[in-house]
Each structure stands twice: as structure tokens, then as C-alpha cells.
Ligand binder design. Sequence first.
Ligand code: MBD
Ligand code: FE
Length: 285
Amino acid sequence: MTTMENGSPTAAGSGASATQAFRSAQQSGTAGDVSAERVSTVVRAMLDGVHRAIHDHQVTYPEFQAAKQWLIEVGEGGEWPLFLDVFVEHEVEDVAARTQQGSKGSILGPYYLPDQQRLDSAATLPMRASERGTPLVFAGQVRDTGGTPLSGATLDIWHADDEGYYSGFAPHLPDGNLRGVVSVNDQGRFEITTIQPAPYQIPTDGPTGKLIEAAGWHPWRPAHLHLIVAAPGHRPITTQLYFEGGDWLDSDVAEATKPELVLSPQAQGDGRMRSEYDFVLEPER
Ligand code: MBD
Ligand code: FE
């Protein structure tokens, strides 16, 4: 397992700054006009779930007040995006996936940043001269559901470094590190050179990490690449790809792995690993 030689990730350095990223990414920040009936149905069901848990487990006043205190700290620490994306988003993605054809998707998570460097395939992601980690060549083709290559496709890709940190959310990393928007070639093919990310650990010093510790759970996500694959006239796919045999693959704290999303990189013989993966996009209806 990868150790955190530079100490544990800090809440201040990751989960917290995700609130700013979320706010600036929201256009007008609403789901549009939602009927009172819809609000009532969904919120009622959520409250019913909370009431049932309190009743079934005979929750006490001290426990209720501790929960209130914790909720206040999640907000103050800016960790709502982290907490919600780790513990709730997978269910929303599951609902969304029911109407999506083509490649499997997964959750977006809290560390997406728009407007990253645009690159033409074959591309190398921006990285430090001293970037550590096993070099990885990630290659494949983007097609539509009818098998036609999509030469206008882009892969917006971002991932953690060899210590599990994301640029933009860890102050020691240069902006844009291990992030890029890669255009495929005229055959819809791409080849992206980067390094293999390490597993991600939820910061242990913030409220999300403290809850995980209090519950005796583990704070790890398996190593993963994040992608948004898009093409004009097609429904974009937000997904993640994992690595065969990697730690935490079977116990992702964010429950965002799927068997179809596991890469099996092969040694190229030159110190680099190579992995092929094709994406299939559904035409917009
Ligand atoms: C991550 O890196 C991530 O991808 C998700 C979904 C939640 C927390 C951290
Ligand atoms: Fe991630």
C-alpha cells in the first residue's frame, strides 16, 4: 500500500476547498422548477428515514446534539461536497445510469475542475518534472452506440498523484497538474501518457474523516482515473477507471466501483504500463 510519507492529507488541503469549486461550477445552481409535490415527496421520504433510524435505534438527546454539532462542522469545514459525493452520489448515479446506453459511468466526485489545458492526442498530461509514479499510457477509441468513431470527442481527465493528492485541492501541487482535456484524432482514437495514481484517503482531520473513524470504517478509495468523455450531439459520460488488483477495489468507501470499470495495465517493457479502454457514447435524443 502507498504510504503518506508527507503525512496524512489535511482537510484544509482537500475536502474544504471542494466547496469553492462546487459553487463556481454551478450555473444558476438549481434543479429548475421543482413542484411542491416533488419536494414534499422526496423530503418527506428522507425525513421518514431519519425518524425511523432514531426510533429503531433509540437515539438519545446527547447523540442528537452530537449529530447537530457534526452537521454544523461539516458546513463550516466546507466538506458537504466531500461527504455527499462519498456517501450519497453513488445512488444518484445509479438512478441516472438506468437511462444511459453505452459505456458505464460512475460518480463525478468533489475534485473536478473545468477549463483545464486542452491537448491533442497523443498527449501527455501536465506534470512536474519530478512527478513520481509508474508511467501509464492510457489509449483507446471513442465510438457511438452504432460503432461509428467519434472524431469530435474529448476526454476530460483528472486524477490524483502518486501520493493520492489532487491538484487544485492540495496547496503543494501546481495548478493543472495531472489534469487535461484531450481531443481524439480523426479516427476517434486517443493516447494519453500520465502516471498511475495512488489510492485516495479521505482527510482524517476533518468532520468526514472523524465520522469515518468514529464508526470504525476505513477512509480509502481505490486508485482511479476520472473522465468525462463528450462529443457533439452525444450524451457525455462521467466515469472512473480502476486498476486490477489494487487496494480497496472491493471496499471503496464511496461505493463507486463497477466490474466494467477495471483496467488491466500491461508492462510495455520500457518501464511504462499500457492500458486500452474504449468508450461508447449514446446519441442525444
Ligand atoms: C475522490 O477522489 C473521489 O473520486 C470521490 C468520489 C470522493 C472523494 C474523493
Ligand atoms: Fe477521485
